[in-house]
Ligand binder design. Structure first.
Ligand code: DC
Length: 236
């Protein structure tokens, strides 16, 4: 055997786009895949949530195009690894806003904010820049269609609405015992409607995306499936 046989070629890096309805577990799967493959996980929804938070804090009127443009010019977003959890958290203008952006006031506003063309252009440009380095797992609504149309692996996640409401309710109730199932259901339904019917980059499955319905799957089962798909693409 020659010496060259021991020199291994570096593993090919791909981009993985995960899209789908709200509360399907997209971020959980994206985080698991990134960890297993030693890739970088980017939660694109966190960017829209942070922008929505800024608009709430600074009382930006969404119908005032100049105010929106000025506000975007004042927003600086970055992802930084939390030393304790090891996961990427979002920072806005020097503050970690990972927890604040998960509150209900942001959830109630984010779909309206994410529907604005100027906001989408602002976020998509940054997402595409991140994607240039490859080895990215990004989840969102338009990653396979608009952000990374040439991503090597695209997964479109879905689950029955009742299953999604139940999961989100359990997650939110831990922090907000007063929250009702009806409130969670109404928020999910309105976000689904807004996200899939907006003019710019609506939520839709890319033609070449694999559908993953996880209504009846455990997180371990869906992870095993997705990891196998990723390894297939990496080794092809
Ligand atoms: O994934 P999430 O629930 O954190 O996303 C928050 C909102 O942002 C959601 O209502 C849709 C929007 N969003 C989007 O329009 N495009 C993306 N790529 C990601 C999220």
């Amino acid at each position: 055997m020659t010496k060259d046989a021991f020199i291994s070629t570096p593993m090919k890096k791909i981009n993985i786009a995960i899209d789908g309805w709200s509360s399907c577990g997209k971020s959980t799967l994206a985080r698991q895949l990134a960890k297993a493959l030693n890739y970088i996980f980017i939660d694109s929804g966190a960017m829209y949530r942070a922008i929505a938070l800024y608009f709430i804090q600074n009382q930006i009127a969404l119908n005032d195009a100049v105010a929106v443009d000025n506000a975007l010019g004042n927003i600086s977003l970055s992802f930084q690894k939390d030393p304790q959890s090891g996961s990427n958290e979002i920072w806005m203008n020097g503050h970690n806003v990972e927890r604040l952006i998960r509150e209900m006031d942001v959830a109630a506003k984010v779909s309206d904010v994410a529907a604005l063309k100027a906001v989408r252009e602002f976020a998509v440009a940054q997402q595409q820049m991140i994607g240039r380095q490859k080895g990215i797992v990004m989840d969102g609504r338009d990653i396979g269609t608009t952000v990374f149309p040439t991503a090597e692996l695209k997964i479109f996640m879905t689950a029955r609405p009742a299953v999604r409401v139940e999961r989100r309710f359990r997650e939110l109730r831990a922090k907000h015992p007063e929250i009702t199932m009806e409130e969670v259901k109404a928020n999910l339904e309105s976000r689904d409607l807004m996200d899939s019917t907006r003019e710019v980059s609506p939520l839709r499955k890319a033609e070449d995306a694999i559908v993953l319905d996880n209504s009846e799957l455990s997180p371990e089962q869906q992870f095993a499936l997705a990891l196998a798909w990723a390894n297939e693409k990496i080794n092809s």
